[in-house]
Design a protein around this ligand. Structure first.
Ligand code: ADP
Ligand code: MG
Ligand code: ZN
Length: 171
Protein backbone atom coordinates (compact mmCIF):
# COMPACT_ATOMS: atom_id res chain seq x y z
CA UNK A 1 0.00 0.00 0.00
CA UNK A 2 1.30 3.49 -0.78
CA UNK A 3 1.63 5.44 2.43
CA UNK A 4 -0.53 8.56 2.33
CA UNK A 5 -0.51 11.76 4.29
CA UNK A 6 -3.61 13.94 4.23
CA UNK A 7 -3.61 17.32 5.98
CA UNK A 8 -6.25 19.99 6.36
CA UNK A 9 -5.30 23.63 5.87
CA UNK A 10 -7.66 26.16 7.39
CA UNK A 11 -8.15 28.60 10.26
CA UNK A 12 -9.90 27.80 13.53
CA UNK A 13 -13.61 27.46 12.81
CA UNK A 14 -13.08 26.49 9.17
CA UNK A 15 -14.73 23.10 9.63
CA UNK A 16 -11.64 20.89 9.71
CA UNK A 17 -12.83 18.56 12.46
CA UNK A 18 -16.27 18.32 10.86
CA UNK A 19 -14.64 17.47 7.51
CA UNK A 20 -12.45 14.87 9.17
CA UNK A 21 -15.37 13.15 10.92
CA UNK A 22 -17.13 12.86 7.56
CA UNK A 23 -14.26 11.98 5.24
CA UNK A 24 -11.48 10.10 6.99
CA UNK A 25 -10.81 6.89 5.05
CA UNK A 26 -11.36 3.63 6.96
CA UNK A 27 -8.22 2.45 8.74
CA UNK A 28 -6.53 5.85 8.66
CA UNK A 29 -4.78 7.21 11.74
CA UNK A 30 -6.03 10.65 12.76
CA UNK A 31 -3.68 13.18 14.29
CA UNK A 32 -5.68 15.86 16.08
CA UNK A 33 -3.71 18.42 18.06
CA UNK A 34 -6.87 19.28 20.02
CA UNK A 35 -7.24 15.66 21.09
CA UNK A 36 -3.53 15.16 21.77
CA UNK A 37 -3.32 18.34 23.86
CA UNK A 38 -6.36 17.19 25.85
CA UNK A 39 -4.61 13.89 26.50
CA UNK A 40 -1.28 15.47 27.50
CA UNK A 41 -2.59 18.41 29.54
CA UNK A 42 -2.91 17.78 33.28
CA UNK A 43 -6.12 19.86 33.20
CA UNK A 44 -7.46 17.95 30.19
CA UNK A 45 -7.97 21.06 28.06
CA UNK A 46 -7.79 20.68 24.30
CA UNK A 47 -6.81 24.36 24.14
CA UNK A 48 -3.86 24.09 26.56
CA UNK A 49 -1.03 25.69 24.58
CA UNK A 50 1.59 24.74 27.19
CA UNK A 51 1.54 21.19 25.82
CA UNK A 52 1.22 22.20 22.17
CA UNK A 53 4.86 21.64 21.23
CA UNK A 54 4.76 18.19 22.83
CA UNK A 55 1.50 17.41 21.01
CA UNK A 56 3.04 18.40 17.66
CA UNK A 57 6.05 16.16 18.31
CA UNK A 58 3.74 13.26 19.22
CA UNK A 59 1.92 13.84 15.95
CA UNK A 60 5.12 13.83 13.90
CA UNK A 61 6.32 10.63 15.61
CA UNK A 62 2.98 8.89 15.00
CA UNK A 63 3.02 10.06 11.40
CA UNK A 64 6.51 8.70 10.74
CA UNK A 65 5.56 5.33 12.26
CA UNK A 66 2.28 4.95 10.35
CA UNK A 67 3.75 6.06 7.02
CA UNK A 68 6.73 3.71 7.46
CA UNK A 69 4.20 0.87 7.86
CA UNK A 70 2.44 1.89 4.62
CA UNK A 71 -0.60 3.43 6.31
CA UNK A 72 -2.62 6.60 5.94
CA UNK A 73 -2.41 9.55 8.32
CA UNK A 74 -4.94 12.37 8.43
CA UNK A 75 -3.91 15.55 10.21
CA UNK A 76 -6.74 17.68 11.58
CA UNK A 77 -4.73 20.87 11.94
CA UNK A 78 -4.67 24.49 10.78
CA UNK A 79 -1.36 24.12 8.85
CA UNK A 80 -1.40 27.89 8.38
CA UNK A 81 2.38 28.23 8.72
CA UNK A 82 4.56 27.35 5.75
CA UNK A 83 7.25 25.87 7.99
CA UNK A 84 4.71 23.46 9.48
CA UNK A 85 3.52 22.34 6.05
CA UNK A 86 7.15 21.88 5.00
CA UNK A 87 7.76 19.62 7.97
CA UNK A 88 4.79 17.47 7.09
CA UNK A 89 5.88 17.27 3.46
CA UNK A 90 9.44 16.38 4.48
CA UNK A 91 8.16 13.58 6.72
CA UNK A 92 6.04 12.27 3.86
CA UNK A 93 8.96 12.44 1.44
CA UNK A 94 11.17 10.47 3.81
CA UNK A 95 8.54 7.70 3.82
CA UNK A 96 7.84 7.91 0.09
CA UNK A 97 4.25 8.87 0.92
CA UNK A 98 1.64 10.52 -1.29
CA UNK A 99 0.43 13.84 0.03
CA UNK A 100 -2.95 15.49 -0.13
CA UNK A 101 -4.00 18.82 1.33
CA UNK A 102 -7.61 19.79 1.96
CA UNK A 103 -8.04 23.56 2.02
CA UNK A 104 -10.97 24.77 4.10
CA UNK A 105 -11.25 28.53 3.98
CA UNK A 106 -14.74 29.91 4.50
CA UNK A 107 -15.14 33.70 4.60
CA UNK A 108 -13.50 35.42 7.55
CA UNK A 109 -16.88 36.47 8.96
CA UNK A 110 -18.00 32.83 9.03
CA UNK A 111 -14.99 31.55 10.93
CA UNK A 112 -15.11 34.49 13.35
CA UNK A 113 -18.79 33.82 14.05
CA UNK A 114 -18.20 30.09 14.61
CA UNK A 115 -15.25 30.80 16.87
CA UNK A 116 -17.34 33.36 18.75
CA UNK A 117 -19.83 30.63 19.63
CA UNK A 118 -17.14 28.62 21.41
CA UNK A 119 -16.82 28.76 25.17
CA UNK A 120 -14.69 31.71 26.27
CA UNK A 121 -14.35 30.65 29.91
CA UNK A 122 -10.66 30.31 30.82
CA UNK A 123 -9.64 27.04 32.44
CA UNK A 124 -8.75 27.70 36.10
CA UNK A 125 -5.61 25.59 35.67
CA UNK A 126 -4.10 26.52 32.30
CA UNK A 127 -5.95 29.78 31.65
CA UNK A 128 -6.90 28.90 28.06
CA UNK A 129 -10.46 28.87 26.74
CA UNK A 130 -11.88 26.87 23.84
CA UNK A 131 -12.46 30.12 21.95
CA UNK A 132 -9.38 31.24 20.04
CA UNK A 133 -8.46 34.94 20.46
CA UNK A 134 -10.04 36.77 17.53
CA UNK A 135 -6.74 38.31 16.43
CA UNK A 136 -5.29 34.82 16.04
CA UNK A 137 -8.22 33.66 13.93
CA UNK A 138 -7.72 36.70 11.67
CA UNK A 139 -4.01 35.97 11.46
CA UNK A 140 -4.64 32.33 10.49
CA UNK A 141 -7.26 33.29 7.92
CA UNK A 142 -4.93 35.87 6.43
CA UNK A 143 -2.00 33.44 6.33
CA UNK A 144 -4.00 30.73 4.54
CA UNK A 145 -5.41 33.27 2.09
CA UNK A 146 -1.90 34.52 1.34
CA UNK A 147 -0.61 30.95 0.88
CA UNK A 148 -3.32 29.91 -1.61
CA UNK A 149 -1.64 31.01 -4.84
CA UNK A 150 1.59 29.20 -3.96
CA UNK A 151 0.18 25.97 -2.52
CA UNK A 152 0.59 24.14 -5.84
CA UNK A 153 4.35 24.80 -5.68
CA UNK A 154 4.82 23.37 -2.19
CA UNK A 155 4.96 19.73 -3.24
CA UNK A 156 1.49 18.36 -2.44
CA UNK A 157 0.52 15.59 -4.84
CA UNK A 158 -3.13 16.62 -4.69
CA UNK A 159 -4.83 19.77 -3.48
CA UNK A 160 -8.53 19.72 -2.65
CA UNK A 161 -10.35 22.98 -2.23
CA UNK A 162 -13.22 22.08 0.05
CA UNK A 163 -14.63 25.35 1.27
CA UNK A 164 -13.57 28.70 -0.14
CA UNK A 165 -15.00 32.22 0.09
CA UNK A 166 -17.35 33.03 -2.82
CA UNK A 167 -14.86 35.43 -4.41
CA UNK A 168 -12.27 32.66 -4.74
CA UNK A 169 -14.53 29.88 -5.96
CA UNK A 170 -14.56 30.40 -9.71
CA UNK A 171 -11.00 31.32 -10.55
N1 ADP B 1 -19.82 22.96 6.25
C1 ADP B 1 -20.32 23.46 7.39
N2 ADP B 1 -21.51 24.11 7.39
C2 ADP B 1 -21.98 24.64 8.52
N3 ADP B 1 -21.40 24.59 9.72
C3 ADP B 1 -20.22 23.96 9.79
C4 ADP B 1 -19.61 23.36 8.64
N4 ADP B 1 -18.42 22.82 9.00
C5 ADP B 1 -18.31 23.07 10.33
N5 ADP B 1 -19.39 23.72 10.80
C6 ADP B 1 -19.59 24.17 12.19
O1 ADP B 1 -18.58 25.14 12.46
C7 ADP B 1 -18.05 24.96 13.77
C8 ADP B 1 -16.53 24.76 13.66
O2 ADP B 1 -16.30 23.55 12.96
P1 ADP B 1 -15.03 22.68 13.29
O3 ADP B 1 -15.12 21.50 12.38
O4 ADP B 1 -14.95 22.40 14.76
O5 ADP B 1 -13.89 23.67 12.84
P2 ADP B 1 -12.33 23.55 13.04
O6 ADP B 1 -12.04 22.13 13.42
O7 ADP B 1 -11.79 23.92 11.69
O8 ADP B 1 -11.99 24.55 14.08
C9 ADP B 1 -18.78 23.77 14.37
O9 ADP B 1 -19.80 24.26 15.19
C10 ADP B 1 -19.36 23.05 13.16
O10 ADP B 1 -20.55 22.39 13.50
MG1 MG C 1 -11.13 21.34 15.02
ZN1 ZN D 1 -6.82 23.82 31.16
Amino acid sequence: MTPTLIATIGPAGAGKTTWRHRHVPPGATVVSLDETRARLAPCGCSANQDVNAAAVEHGFAATAAVLAAGGTVVWDVTSYLRRFRTRLLDLAAEAGARTEAVVLLPPLATVLARNGRRDNTPCPDCGYARRVPEARVREMHHAVTAALPGLHTEGWNTLHFGVLPPDLRHR
